[in-house]
Design a protein around this ligand. Sequence first.
Ligand code: EAX
Length: 331
Amino acid sequence: MTPRSRSSRSSRAVLAASALLMALAGTASAQTILKIGYTPPKDSHYGVGATTFCDEVEKGTQERYKCQHFPSSALGGEREMIESVQLGTQDLVNTSTGPLGNFVPETRIVDIPFLFRDYEHARKVMDGAIGQDLLKKMQAKGLIGLAWTENGFRHMTNSKRPILQASDAAGLKVRTMENKVHMDGYKTFGLLPTPMAFPELFTALQQGTVDGQENPIPVILSSKFSQVQKHLSLTGHVYSPAVLILSSRVWDKLSEADKKVFVAAAQKATVAQRKRVNDDEANGITQLKKDGMQVVEKVDGESFRKAVAPAYAGFAKEFGAERIAAIQAVK
Ligand code: EAX
């Protein structure tokens, strides 16, 4: 063997090795890990929605995108997470509309108490032209609303007394989300609204900083509020939408094909998350009773509707009476 052929053979080997290294490095750098956060635990409607979304994105992009989950407020409350998604330091959030109106004022309209008749009505509005238009409004704020998921109809819990009608709610100090529309509405029930981020809520209930709170059954269940609250009343006083938001920093880098994958994945997440809401609504009350809660199932809803009716004048002024009417008219 001539020295020359030996050197060419070893340089071929070097080339092959470096090609292999490049291929390995290529694989590694082509995979993007997306950070997704939500306030309830992984075993909740939010976790189900997030997991469905991530599985679909992973499949649809041949694992070029994967998720890392941050459940149980590991990245902060919903306001903080929306801020981080806006900055691009967090990629995704599955959040209620609680603090969203502070970023995208147009979305506030869906937070009006007693606006939606039932789940069917609410889902139809969110999936229809009105809801889809609101998703688009987020874009100007660096937030890509991929799909409306769902939190659920909110009910009141407290440590003081059963709430059968609005007058029973009067005087209770109740934690609310950082949401002015909710607070304006709840004041008409006589409640003393105390806005607070979700991560602080369990301790506040435990220590008696507030008498009560309001949340959908899936949140009451997954956050174990039965440990710190005696009374649950099925007031269903407001629908709480949720939304899967992607940072525009990620969105802007996606190919057209990947954008379609992300949106379709979010729509599948919506179906899965709502199904879990349905299941929790169907089975959760029995569980909460077993856990020791006293549940008022037949609440005098009319007394609440009557109380909030005068506040609708203010809502009409803020959002336009015709916009409110358009939502109510969806059948
Ligand atoms: O979105 O803050 C709340 O009460 C929300 O319902 C909760 O974070 C789930």
